[in-house]
Design a protein around this ligand. Structure first.
Ligand code: SF4
Length: 270
């Protein structure tokens, strides 16, 4: 894997911020640039415009196979051209590589962060650092009140603090982008670049699916990206604080997530 070329992206000095509340889904904080002109897809591609996917599975599989040997920005470019503003990027902010790649293609792309209420303070500070660096069009999605009775580690916590809020945040879109990598977990080993996401009724694009952890680290170093402060303290896979621990040198980076529970996925990608 070669590193992605970094193009210059000028900061939009028209940056503006607003705070909204979306009924039933908790507070949604929007910040970043003013909306940019639509790119690419043209009429009929507004959120919710298409109910029946012209993107049938075979066509998506063909696109995915073609993108398999291309750069991550090529996959992002395909998605931006096809779906325009009906596309959202979900980012966990363990690092900001996928954000860096995406804003090269579309500086105004909407980035979604799921604030479960259990993140490390360092993660929240990192989100703000990345938001400021890129003047991100960032939406922070919080759970609704229905999550209150379900604290960390209980059966429905991930569902109500991650899966359902993301589902709501993506409603009306035609596609979403992720930073998922095949090496993240055995359950992701065969993740395609592009596929139909049955659970959400839209296309899912994993532009970094073929990347390794070394690719990610190298890209971040080569491009001088901000680094999550907990990486220096032995955390290699960072999620909610109560279910994340640092790992020992040589230990599987994912061993620090839901350690000892056998759990591999929170439901966002399964
Ligand atoms: S990782 Fe833990 S705190 Fe975070 S949503 Fe899942 S169960 Fe809740």
């Amino acid at each position: 894997m070669t590193t992605e070329p970094r193009s210059d992206t000028d900061t939009d000095t028209d940056a503006r911020r607003a705070v909204e509340t979306v009924a039933g889904s908790g507070a949604v904080i929007r910040s970043g640039s003013a909306p940019r002109a639509e790119t690419g897809p043209g009429p009929g591609t507004e959120p919710g415009a298409a109910q029946v996917p012209a993107d049938d599975a075979a066509a998506l599989a063909k696109v995915s196979a073609e993108l398999e040997t291309q750069s991550a920005t090529a996959a992002i470019g395909w998605a931006v051209e096809r779906y325009g503003r009906a596309l959202g990027l979900a980012c966990s902010f363990q690092d900001c590589v996928v954000v860096d790649l995406a804003v090269q293609v579309d500086p105004g792309i909407e980035v979604l962060f799921l604030d479960t209420g259990s993140h490390f303070p360092e993660t929240l500070a990192y989100v703000e650092e990345v938001r400021a660096r890129y003047d991100l069009n960032l939406t922070v999605v919080t759970p609704g009140l229905e999550a209150d009775p379900w604290p960390c580690g209980t059966e429905r916590c991930c569902e109500l603090r991650k899966v359902a809020p993301l589902h709501r945040a993506l409603q009306g879109r035609r596609a979403w982008l992720t930073g998922l990598k095949r090496v993240d977990a055995p359950t992701r080993a065969a993740a395609p670049i592009v596929s139909w996401d049955d659970a959400r009724g839209m296309v899912k694009v994993n532009p970094m699916a073929t990347w390794t952890d070394d690719d990610t680290d190298r890209y971040a170093a080569d491009h001088g990206l901000p680094v999550h402060p907990l990486l220096a303290k032995g955390y290699r896979s960072i999620g909610c604080a109560p279910t994340t621990r640092p790992v020992a040198p040589g230990e599987d980076p994912r061993a620090g997530r839901w350690s000892g529970t056998g759990k591999l996925e929170c439901g966002l990608h399964s």
